[in-house]
Design a protein around this ligand. Structure first.
Ligand code: HAM
Length: 476
């Protein structure tokens, strides 16, 4: 009988284990014992290691958000023809200094920079765009069909001051359209970010501006510095320093007095060249055509130096503007690839901040977690050694049919397992004891009514499929 055969296999395996144990030298056994007791001691007295400031764990309780958001990113990127690209977390620091700008907050204050073992100055990527531009040059992508459209997804690092919506490791989903300059491409990128939020159920607006070309900005900056100097006494200490170092950054300040000064400042739009002005008008016309609501924001300049012409950011609707953080942002960077040693390659892109988006979803939907997953509604409990092994096999049979059940094969008490089933919110528990192993059956227990049904093990997959259909029907 097959059941007997299985018993034999088990006992043979046991013998093998025994023989191996015997053959272990006395010394190594003593060593192992010492190490164990040493570990136990050090564990008892050890200081708990905390998370670094500004870093966050993503645990299975957050899974439902992260997987959903990832799936949306994949769907949208595919739908708009972006190909997946992942550049390394670690790059030469000069890549970011040259791209983002040495006087920006990101490079000056927030970048994680250190010397690698071979003395190379390296940095953890503070964003994806510079890496994408570097990769375009590295892989000779100018010979590929243009534009090269890529998307990226993953952690970036900025040694920011941790506060709500501001972390030192956070995640971005971004898209880059590299190789062409056309208003429709800017509009398409804005649309993808907008739809990403919309598909996730977030009602957002797009704030948009044009910062023109380098010459436009130079002329504007002269005017702005003159104005800011005349209002110097009203500005915060940080902005006073910025007047000479990076005056455009003053426009980002959220301090009350600075905001007042900024509201009266000269507007960059008045300093745009004809080409930049026309280009911007066309981007806005495309957005009108697509029906994307936007707000013209003359002080929007973005905190990274590589931008030119179109810049934009996404904000949640109906939130007081000054207190909120951008959910994403982007713009055109027509000169970046040239600065990195490539041929002139006009480009544009955006990135969304996923922690901020998840925080909104959490506040809207309540704290969903893994307990609400569909597949966790069926639990498999077992009693006794034979049942333990058999359960492992039956769970595998179910898995091969696409059915995932919750279980804890390390628990021997049925009571403990039923408590666990309750914690997982199981509607049904499959129970396998010694008798069921012998009879080739499984008990299916309805957790609400307590009713039990006995089914043949060979028909378990079929019965569980029926059960799952009913669960879905009842939930609908
Ligand atoms: P960014 O505006 O620096 O743009 O970052 C994009 C988004 O990342 C922000 O709108 C925000 O949602 C999120 N974010 C930024 N800093 C933090 C932080 N400390 N903690 C949590 N979330 C944060 C870029 O990174 C550009 N590379 C976007 C781009 C792509 N431009 C062209 N292509």
């Amino acid at each position: 009988m097959p059941a007997k055969k299985k018993t034999k296999v088990v006992s043979v395996q046991k013998k093998v284990v025994k023989t191996k144990t015997k053959s272990m030298s006395k010394k190594s056994a003593t060593d192992a014992k010492n190490t164990e007791s040493g570990d136990a001691k050090s564990q008892r007295g050890a200081r708990a290691i905390n998370l670094l400031r500004g870093m966050k764990d993503i645990t299975p309780k957050d899974e439902i958000y992260w997987l959903n958001i990832y799936q949306k990113a994949v769907e949208l990127a595919n739908a708009y023809g972006f190909g997946f690209m992942e550049t390394p977390v670690l790059e030469e620091a000069v890549l970011f200094t040259r791209s983002i700008g040495k006087d920006t907050d990101v490079v000056e204050k927030e970048m994680y920079v250190f010397e690698d073992r071979d003395g190379t100055k390296v940095a953890l990527r503070p964003e994806w765009t510079a890496g994408a531009a570097r990769a375009y040059v590295t892989h000779g992508m100018q010979t590929w069909p243009q534009p090269v459209k890529v998307w990226n997804y993953g952690p970036v690092f900025r040694h920011d001051r941790p506060q709500a919506g501001r972390y030192r490791q956070f995640h971005q989903f971004g898209c880059e359209t590299i190789g062409h300059r056309h208003p429709c491409l800017d509009a398409e990128l804005i649309l993808v970010g907008y739809n990403f939020l919309k598909d996730l159920g977030i009602s957002a607006n797009v704030q948009i501006n044009s910062i023109g070309n380098a010459e436009d900005r130079q002329n504007y900056t002269i005017e702005l510095v003159g104005y800011l100097r005349s209002k110097r006494s009203y500005l915060c200490e940080q902005c006073k320093k910025r007047i000479n170092k990076n005056p455009l950054r003053v426009l980002d300040c959220k301090e009350e007095h600075c905001v007042e000064v900024i509201s009266e400042s000269p507007q960059i739009i008045d300093w745009l060249s004809e080409d930049s002005k026309n280009y911007f008008m066309k981007v806005l016309e495309c957005l009108d055509e697509l029906g994307i609501p936007y707000i013209l924001k003359s002080t929007l300049v973005r905190g990274l130096d590589y931008y030119s012409d179109t810049v934009f950011e996404y904000y949640e609707d109906a939130v007081e503007e000054r207190s909120q953080n951008a959910l994403g942002g982007g713009g055109r960077y027509d000169f970046l690839i040239e600065q990195l040693g490539g041929v002139p390659t006009p480009s544009a892109g955006f990135a969304m901040g996923l922690e901020r988006i998840i925080s909104i979803l959490r506040s809207k939907e309540g704290n969903k977690n893994i307990l609400e997953k569909e597949w966790s509604r069926i639990f498999f409990a077992q009693l006794g050694e034979q049942a333990n092994y058999r359960t492992l096999k039956l769970i595998e049979d179910l898995r091969l049919e696409g059915i995932v059940v919750r279980h804890n094969l390390a628990k021997s008490s049925l009571k403990g397992q039923m408590e666990l089933a309750d914690k997982f919110g199981a509607t049904h528990t499959l129970i396998l004891g010694q008798k069921e192993v012998h009879d080739g059956t499984v008990i299916i227990r309805d957790m609400d009514s307590g009713n039990q049904e006995i089914v043949d093990q060979n028909k378990l997959v079929l019965e569980v499929k029926k059960l799952m259909k009913n669960i879905i029907k009842i939930r609908k």
